[in-house]
Structure formats: structure tokens, C-alpha cells
Write a protein that binds this ligand. Structure first.
Ligand SMILES: *Cc1c(COP(=O)(O)O)cnc(C)c1O
Length: 410
């Protein structure tokens, strides 16, 4: 049969295999252990000669069903799920880097990812942060011992976008693992495989789940990286399809050994949410576009950061690579407009952290998520005291416009 569309594939993914009792959803399997009637079979599974379920810290049928959906959404070859997005990123670092290695990362990062990368030097791994919007900085940062490069698709909160395709070509030419965090775009809006990403990170907590009711993370192997050239691969894991050797090591060293396992209950909620991701992203992106134009024309708003605006410095890159311009936006209020007064005047929009929820969320970033990194680093990232990050939801657009209009008038 022909390759199906994005939403059709997710909706019918569980049914493509036999499910108990003709159930339409993969059931929530809560068993920690799995019985083998033939003892030789359990040995084969442990030795990697046959596939099967061993112990739920490593594999669980409900989680496997979600992993298959994410692999299809990303156009990849295999996926490993984790308890959170941060656990997924940590698993990569722990499983794939060694003392003496060098790691390059965008300087525009999710705050906790930035904090995590700053810890790498404690383990003898050097990190260089680069302005990802300046490709010459990426080129200049590479050293002979550079093992991996990490970029986000649309940076939070100021929506910077790197030349993801040029970086992909560059990493390929130098044998560097190219990690792309696709959380802010989502696999519906963008497939990092199209810019030669080696591995894709998704925080499933955000718009893949979409309902703000479950934490989860994923790493998807795109199948593009040649692992036979990667020094840090352990020989034991060089079995089966060479395109998945990297993910095999992450599943063993990063998931099994650290225990950052996604629960089957959370996997079920995330799989339900994923069914409607295309519909939700179209709606939230349309709302975001309308709001961005509204804010751009508003006298109390000094700056609007949204890739859909023609005034955005990387608007052309966004138009070239992304299906929509996404749900993330930040506004910088004019000097003299107090961001706390503005936020308190909102009646519908929720003052809260998190991103990619169905509800529109607002947060004063300098005073919260990016507080710990200090004023110097904040200035580098373009974050002012009056910067408010917005995660636009799927409400009726007129209601959002009315709420922001009223709060800015106050
Ligand atoms: C939220 C987020 C993460 C971390 O995900 P959690 O599920 O909260 O651990 C990583 N990267 C980006 C871009 C995020 O927005």
C-alpha cells in the first residue's frame, strides 16, 4: 500500500499490528516482567539475537507502540522514549560522549538544556556555545575531537533559527553527530531528517502530547549517520542494522543503565495526544500569526519575536523549512509597561510555564525560567526584563485577541 499521510499513519499505527481483542488503542501494559515458556528464547532475547520483552525499565509494549508512532512522524528508523525530554538529552550525553571529547551547542537553548550542558565540563567534556544564526561561528568552533553538535529548531524564547541545512551538510562532511531538538516545531511542522540530522530530540511533554497532562521525551535515529566511524561506540552494540547502532547504545547505556523510563500510563496519554497534533498545530500556528500581527502594530509592544513575521531576521529560513511558523512567540513590552501588571490583567491566558499546551500560556522569562543564568547571559540571548514568552493555544482567536487587547489597555 502507498505511504499514508501524517495523521492517517498515527491514527492507524496501533492497528497495523494485532492488538488484543481488536482493541483500537494499544492497551496500557503495567506488567514489569514478561514470561518465556521456552527458556532458550529468553537467552536469545538477552543476547540481542531475538526481539522480545525482558524487563519494563528497558522495554514495555505500550511505550514501544508510542516509539513506533514517533519514528513514523519523524521519518526515522528507530526511537527510544524516556521519562522526560531532559532525560532523553541526558541519555545521549551519558551514552555517547567520553572524557576528552568536545561538544558544540547553540547558545540559544531551553534553559535546563543550557544548565545541563554547563555540567559537562565536570566530566572532562569541553563545550563551545555558538551563535547558531551565524554559520561561520559553527564552522570555527569545530575541533578534531568534536563528537556532536546540538541545535534547537526555533529557540526559546526569542525564536532564533540557525541555517539548519548548512549545519547538516557541515556535520555530515566532518563526521559529527548532528542532534536537533525538534520540540518547538514538532514532527508535524518540521522533519529534521530533511536537513540531515543524525538524531532528533522531542520533549513529548509539549505539543506532541499537547494537553499538558504527561511528561515524556524521545530520541529518534534518522538512519543518516555512519556509526562505523564513531569512536565511542562499544563493540557489543555493533550488531544488526548499522544505521541503528547509535540508538542501540543509547537504549542500553542511556536508558537501561540510568533508568529514565517512560511510564506506560504516560505513553498512553502521549499517544492519544499525538493523534491530533496536525490539527492542533495548524490551529495554534494560525492563532499565533494573527496575534503576532496584532502585537507588531501595538504601541505598548516594543518587539515581537515570531518567525511568521516578515520582519523576523530568519523569516526566509522558517518559510523554507517549516510547514507552519509554530506556537511559540515572545513579546518585549515597551519601557514603562510593567510585565507583572500586564500578566495580572490577563483573564483567559494562563500565567504558567510549559509550552505547546492547548491553552495559551504566558510567562515573564527573565524573572523565572532564565533567572538562574544571570543578567549577562540573558542579555546575550536577547532576553529583557519586559520579555514575556507566549505559548499560543487552540482557543478561538477572537477571544485571545480580546484578552491581550484588554490587558495592554490596562
Ligand atoms: C521542554 C523542553 C525540553 C525538556 O523537556 P521536558 O520534557 O520538560 O524534560 C527540551 N527542549 C526544549 C526545546 C523544550 O522546550
Amino acid at each position: 500500500m502507498a505511504i499514508k499521510g501524517f495523521t492517517t499513519t498515527i491514527l492507524h499505527s496501533d492497528r497495523s499490528k494485532d492488538i488484543e481483542h481488536g482493541s483500537l488503542h494499544k492497551p496500557i501494559h503495567t506488567s514489569v516482567a514478561f514470561e518465556y515458556k521456552e527458556s532458550r528464547k529468553i537467552a536469545e532475547v538477552f543476547q540481542g539475537k531475538a526481539s522480545g520483552y525482558t524487563y519494563a525499565r528497558q522495554v514495555n509494549p505500550t511505550v514501544t507502540a508510542l516509539e513506533e508512532k514517533i519514528t513514523a512522524m519523524e521519518g526515522g528508523v528507530a526511537t527510544a522514549c524516556f521519562s522526560t525530554g531532559m532525560a532523553a538529552i541526558t541519555a545521549f550525553l551519558f551514552a555517547m560522549l567520553r572524557s576528552g571529547d568536545h561538544f558544540v551547542a547553540s547558545s540559544f537553548l531551553f534553559g535546563n538544556t543550557n544548565s545541563l550542558f554547563n555540567s559537562l565540563k565536570n566530566f572532562g567534556i569541553d563545550v563551545t556555545f555558538v551563535d547558531i544564526t551565524d554559520f561561520s561561528q559553527v564552522q570555527a568552533a569545530i575541533r578534531p575531537n568534536t563528537k556532536a553538535l546540538f541545535a534547537e529548531t526555533i529557540a526559546n524564547p526569542c525564536t532564533q533559527i540557525g541555517d539548519l541545512a548548512a549545519i547538516g551538510d557541515f556535520c555530515e562532511a566532518h563526521g559529527i553527530v548532528y542532534l536537533v531538538d525538534n520540540t518547538i516545531t514538532s514532527p508535524y511542522v518540521f522533519q529534521p531528517k530533511s536537513v540531515k540530522a543524525s538524531m532528533v530530540i522531542n520533549s513529548l511533554t509539549k505539543c506532541v502530547g499537547g494537553h499538558g497532562d504527561a511528561l515524556g521525551g524521545a530520541i529518534t535515529e534518522t538512519g543518516l549517520f555512519d556509526w562505523s566511524t564513531f569512536d565511542n561506540l562499544i563493540d557489543t552494540y555493533k550488531t544488526g542494522n548499522p544505521a541503528t547502532w547509535g540508538l542501540t547504545q543509547i537504549k542500553k547505556k542511556g536508558l537501561r543503565d540510568t533508568g529514565a523510563t517512560l511510564s506506560p500510563q504516560a505513553a498512553h496519554l502521549l499517544a492519544l495526544g499525538a493523534e491530533t497534533i496536525a490539527l492542533r498545530m495548524e490551529r495554534s500556528s494560525a492563532n499565533a500569526m494573527a496575534l503576532a500581527s496584532f502585537f507588531e502594530a501595538h504601541p505598548k509592544v516594543n518587539k515581537v519575536y515570531y518567525p511568521g513575521l516578515a520582519s523576523h531576521p530568519q523569516h526566509d529560513l522558517a518559510k523554507k523549512h517549516f510547514k507552519t511558523f509554530g506556537f511559540l512567540m515572545s513579546i518585549e513590552l515597551q519601557e514603562g509597561v510593567d510585565c507583572f501588571d500586564f500578566l495580572d490583567a490577563l483573564e483567559l491566558v494562563v500565567v504558567s510555564s510549559n509550552l505547546g499546551d492547548n491553552r495559551t500560556l504566558a510567562i515573564p522569562v527573565a524573572h523565572t525560567i532564565f533567572y538562574e543564568m544571570g543578567p549577562a547571559r540573558r542579555a546575550e540571548m536577547g532576553i529583557a526584563d519586559g520579555t514575556v514568552r507566549l505559548s499560543i493555544g487552540i482557543e478561538d482567536c477572537d477571544d485571545l485577541l480580546a484578552d491581550f487587547s484588554h490587558a495592554l489597555a490596562g
